[in-house]
Design a protein. Structure first.
Length: 292
């Protein structure tokens, strides 16, 4: 069974389901409200655990009620929290999320600068089959990708804006997955030419996820496109994180990049088809069953 390490943002999300995006200066009523685990690393780790693999989460929470809530969820989801630090004197990162009926989400996040500056004590030898890191914790991403490179294991970066703060980590990655906002931040555009420019600049395999549109991939020589799976969208929150987790797990299992992309597309399609209140992440059997 593959063992994956996920590193980066761990947060709580307060999600409000609203009929439409609010107009500035008005008061609005939400139909429902949910407090759920969030953050790219937490969501990706949850997805990997749901897909049946062994996963370790690296990052930090505050010594507060939100941190306690998140650590309880890690235990419930069978996520190894050995490398999750508890930082005193700072609040656990949190987000307010507005979710509209078509599944689109708008996120406002707050996190203390302390969550970008702490270190990780990662023992040798590297005890994982792959690593997934994000740009929210550049120092941790660098340390973990250095270890993955020494061990000859895949090192995947979730490249969300701002991307350039993690430039050193990008140079060590075997695979870099941009969001649309991330690729625009890094290159100045989000299209096939921009992705090619990123792949040539970084000298590694790159892709950009584009919501309901196809995933574009480029290895510096040629572009490959993988269509998204059509689905009735209920909730796009965390879909990209599930995609990253599934893609990284597929690489750890020895799949080719294009097959890993298609499997990740299937997992993400299942995630967006479920309501925000659902904590049921796609299983490997469910993902395998999706026609793509």
């Amino acid at each position: 069974m593959p063992r994956i390490i996920c590193a980066g943002l761990i947060a709580v999300d307060l999600v409000f389901e609203v009929a439409q995006y609010p107009t500035a200066g008005t008061k609005n009523r939400a139909s429902t409200a949910h407090l759920i685990p969030g953050g790219g690393a937490m969501n990706a780790a949850s997805a990997i655990a749901g897909l049946g693999a062994d996963v370790c989460l690296a990052g930090a929470v505050g010594r507060d009620e939100f941190g306690t809530f998140l650590r309880k969820k890690m235990d419930e989801r069978q996520i190894d929290s050995t490398h999750v630090l508890v930082l005193p004197g700072v609040r656990t990162p949190s987000s307010t999320v507005l979710l509209t009926p078509n599944g689109d989400r708008t996120i406002i996040n707050h996190r203390d600068q302390a969550f970008s500056a702490f270190d990780i004590n990662l023992p040798e030898p590297f005890g994982f089959d792959a690593a997934l890191v994000d740009t929210r914790w550049p120092d941790g991403a660098l340390r973990i990708l250095e270890a993955a490179q020494r061990a000859g294991k895949p090192g995947v970066v979730d490249a969300e804006a701002p991307v350039k703060i993690a430039s050193e980590a990008l140079g060590l990655a075997t695979h870099i997955i941009f969001s649309e906002q991330g690729l625009t931040d890094y290159i100045g555009a989000c299209d096939a030419l921009a992705l090619k420019a990123a792949a040539l600049r970084l000298g590694t395999w790159c892709a950009v996820t584009r919501g309901a549109s196809s995933v574009l991939c480029h290895d510096g020589r040629m572009k490959i496109e993988a269509p998204a799976v059509p689905v009735n969208v209920q909730n796009t929150l965390g879909a990209g994180d599930v995609w990253h987790g599934a893609f990284t797990l597929a690489l750890a299992r020895g799949r080719r990049e294009i097959d890993a992309v298609k499997w990740a597309n299937a997992a993400a399609s299942l995630k967006v088809s479920r309501p925000v209140r659902s904590e049921h992440f796609p299983t490997a059997a469910e993902t395998d069953a999706v026609k793509r």
